[in-house]
Design a protein around this ligand. Structure first.
Ligand SMILES: [Mn+2]
Length: 305
């Protein structure tokens, strides 16, 4: 049976510190995401773009920037992702900034609770996205989604999926991390998040990292991948608002995706923070699409199934 995949565009940058990721969904479409997935045997429905409030571009209030807009967008995302999962389809959320991971992953967690499934979240990112209003230097909510999902944040975001917290820190594996704010670092340790930072990947290699990140998945585990494009080294992916040098190379990222594909457990995906305004001839969107292809089973290796 072909894999049933749904594309959901969420064209907003209300949670980000730079404008432009609102153009991300269209750039991924222009880079042929749908035909690439179809060539890999997926049956793909493009659900088009969600609608939400415009970006008012205002200063933070009580440590949050654009909170009501972020809540509105996340409600839309939650409903759309939940609907696709209910229909037995694999949702791919096309961001949009990473604050939308709250809507997406709270929907995945709700689906897993109802289906009696375990959930593992792989957070591929340069940043831990574990800030709160008290420790954030910027108030940008795209730096807070993991904390919100774990129960630390404003009530309308923390309670979005109807269960608080939406997920446990022990369900999360963060990979590629190399920029963490001071207060955030303490909070990550306090909450016991499992982080495979770049130092770990340098020393142990991507293969060992992914073996651990994917350890103990079983037939009842739903694997969610939240792929922030700034996970990648800016040499291969310049089109993001928050580049941090020293990320995974193209080949390391491809191995990461291939090993996730080999697990056979991928159930949902976010592709976030792609910023066409900062890109060079859409190359970052094209790299993202190539990596998504690896995630859906395209292999560069001459391996027999
Ligand atoms: Mn992120």
């Amino acid at each position: 049976m072909p894999r049933l995949v749904s594309l959901i565009g969420a064209p907003t940058d209300v949670g980000a510190g730079a404008r432009g990721v609102s153009m991300g969904p269209e750039a991924l479409r222009v880079a042929n995401l749908q035909p690439v997935l179809e060539r890999l045997g997926c049956q793909v429905l493009d659900r088009g773009n969600l609608n939400g409030p415009p970006n008012p571009w205002q200063a933070p209030v009580d440590g949050y920037r654009h909170l009501s807009e972020v809540v509105a967008w996340n409600r839309e995302v939650h409903t759309a992702v939940y609907h696709e999962l209910q229909a037995g389809r694999l949702p791919i959320l096309l961001g949009g900034d990473h604050c939308l991971g709250i809507g997406s992953i709270s929907a995945v967690a709700r689906h897993c609770r109802e289906q009696g499934k375990k959930l593992r979240v792989l957070w591929l990112d340069a940043h831990a996205d574990f800030n709160t209003s008290l420790i954030t230097p910027s108030g940008n909510i795209h730096g807070m989604p993991v904390a919100c999902l774990c129960g630390h944040g404003p009530a309308p975001l923390v309670e979005l999926g109807g269960h608080v917290p939406a997920i446990q820190p022990s369900w999360v594996r963060q990979i590629g991390i190399r920029s963490v704010d001071e207060g955030e670092k303490r909070f990550v340790h306090e909450m016991g998040l499992e982080v495979f930072d770049m130092r770990y990947i340098d020393e142990m290699g991507m293969r060992h990292t992914m073996e651990l990140a994917l350890a103990m998945l079983d037939a009842h585990t739903h694997l969610h991948v939240s792929f922030d494009v700034d996970f990648l080294d800016p040499d291969v992916a310049p089109g993001v608002g928050t580049t941090v040098r020293g990320g995974p190379t193209y080949r390391e990222a491809q191995l990461c995706m291939e090993m996730i594909a080999d697990s056979g457990r991928l159930g949902s995906l976010d592709v976030m923070e792609l910023n066409p305004a900062l890109d060079v001839r859409n190359q970052t969107a094209e790299v993202a699409v190539e990596l998504i292809a690896s995630l859906f089973g395209k292999s560069t290796l001459m391996r027999r199934g």
